[in-house]
Design a protein around this ligand. Structure first.
Ligand code: FAD
Length: 418
């Protein structure tokens, strides 16, 4: 069996190793000068390559059954064993995150590369950018064509080109174009796991502020009403254009998708551990005891210093050095609202270069989750981010790439031809 894999990223390399171990002759075409470039940047250079915690919503809505089948076929445990076999010793960190004990993404890339080199039936062709897949009706196989005009016959093709996130590492959505040319359709790709940009001007002064809290995404519902669709707790990082941090990243794909339907917003709660009632009681008591202080000092020790002038100004208090005793009931109400229910308009997100994954991609109903084969084109398989699957931060996206890649490689190598 001759298999061509388009893309030498996480899923493509895993697919190649799995297929070659089943005896197939494998060729990987990689557009970049070397395989696994994006992998080097993962997990801040440490590569958070898996996660052992599967509680709650991990992957995008509608993908759950599909992902479940794939992760049952090639489980996270099997994936860790696959990597252990390549020499990657796992280190388990908080919330189930798994990193290589070396704490170097380069060691994961090297381990995969060594195995690609070791297996005699794998050929890696770098700097070759595949621009087309052509079916050979006579044989039921395919040939792929690169921009460098190399044609290569294959019985089976695996599209493992990634999505559009981290486009500086070679992912510019080619997999979508190749799949569409084979009759597949897409859920419109949007940047995910990315900073959100906000409409309020005051963000320019908040750059660098970090605060623990809860962020709730509000979107326009079917009847035009604004409804909350998800909340995440964690560290909120304020940037000069908006908000960032893992809790924001985990809402960003949905926010970008919701913006197709119109505007969306977030509500930031800087004190999620207190009910609104208890918070207001605490603030009234605090004000009572702070009457001799300035407005600025009234909030000292409660929130990051850089936030104080913004909160006061937005609550109608022009002079931060004015006496706290001058704060009116209305202004106190407004301060409480900002600290517990701070509503911020979302205008979009940072670009594909800044995104860590893609929300959207090839529609899952057109692919068989038992085999990763296209339901439209026999012999065509998919793996990784090119499909409409995106996970939370924490190693889930790479886990998806490994599981779907290994399954696609095994099935492409072993499935009987009809
Ligand atoms: C900065 C950053 C940090 C991240 N950190 C983590 C993390 O710690 N944990 C985690 O789980 N996920 C992380 N991710 C997400 C994770 O890297 C991806 O989900 C994963 O790499 C997707 O695997 P893939 O094989 O589908 O695509 P990719 O790994 O993107 O590989 C696709 C490959 O295909 C090649 N290619 C594209 N088009 C063509 C073509 N036409 N011809 C030939 N080759 C082509 C590309 O050059 C690329 O090498 C991170 C992403 C980024 C950008």
């Amino acid at each position: 069996m001759d298999i061509t894999i388009i893309g030498g990223g996480a899923s493509g390399m895993a697919a190649a190793i799995a297929a070659a171990r089943e005896g197939a002759n494998v060729t990987i075409f990689e557009k970049e000068a070397r395989v696994g470039r994006k992998l080097l940047a993962t997990g801040n250079g440490k590569c958070n390559y898996s996660n052992t915690n599967y509680e709650g919503r991990i992957y995008n809505e509608g993908s759950e059954d599909f992902v479940d089948k794939v992760l049952k076929a090639v489980s996270p445990e099997e994936t860790l064993a696959f990597f252990k076999d390549l020499g990657i010793y796992p280190r388990f960190e908080s919330e189930g995150r798994v990193y290589p004990a070396s704490e170097q993404a380069a060691s994961v890339v090297d381990a995969l590369r060594f195995e690609l080199d070791r297996l005699p039936n794998i050929e890696v062709i770098n700097s070759h950018w595949i621009k087309g897949i052509v079916r050979r009706e006579a044989t039921g196989g395919f040939f792929t064509v690169s921009h460098q005009n190399m044609r290569k016959h294959a019985d089976r093709v695996i599209i493992a080109c990634g999505g559009r996130a981290g486009s500086q590492y070679g992912c510019e959505g080619d997999g979508f174009v190749l799949a569409e040319a084979q009759g597949h359709s897409l859920v419109e790709p949007k940047p995910a796991l990315v900073q959100l940009t906000c409409s309020e001007k005051y963000f320019t002064g908040l750059k660098g502020v970090r605060a623990k809290g809860e962020v709730t995404l509000l979107v326009k519902g079917k009847d035009g009403e604004i409804v909350p669709v998800g909340s995440e707790k964690g560290e909120i990082q304020f940037t000069e254009t908006g908000i960032s941090g893992i809790c924001v990243f985990d809402l960003s794909g949905r926010a970008n998708r919701a913006m197709e339907e119109g505007s969306c917003a977030v509500v930031i709660d800087l004190f999620p551990e207190l009910s609104v009632h208890d918070f207001v009681v605490m603030m009234k008591d605090r004000l009572e005891k702070s009457k001799h202080k300035s407005c600025e000092n009234f909030l000292n020790g409660l929130i990051n210093k850089k936030l104080i002038p913004v909160i006061l100004k937005e609550s109608g208090i022009k002079k931060i050095e004015a006496r706290a005793s001058e704060i009116t009931q209305e202004q106190l109400k407004s301060i409480c609202r900002m600290l517990k229910q701070w509503r911020v308009g979302i205008t979009g997100s940072k670009s594909w270069n800044d995104a860590q994954t893609t929300s959207g991609g090839i529609k899952l109903e057109e692919v068989n989750p038992e085999t990763m084969e296209s339901k439209l084109q026999k012999g065509l398989f998919f793996a990784g981010e090119v499909l409409d699957v995106d996970g939370r931060c924490g190693g889930y996206n790479l886990q998806w790439a490994w599981s779907s890649g290994i399954l696609a490689g095994q099935k492409a190598a072993t499935m009987e031809k009809e």
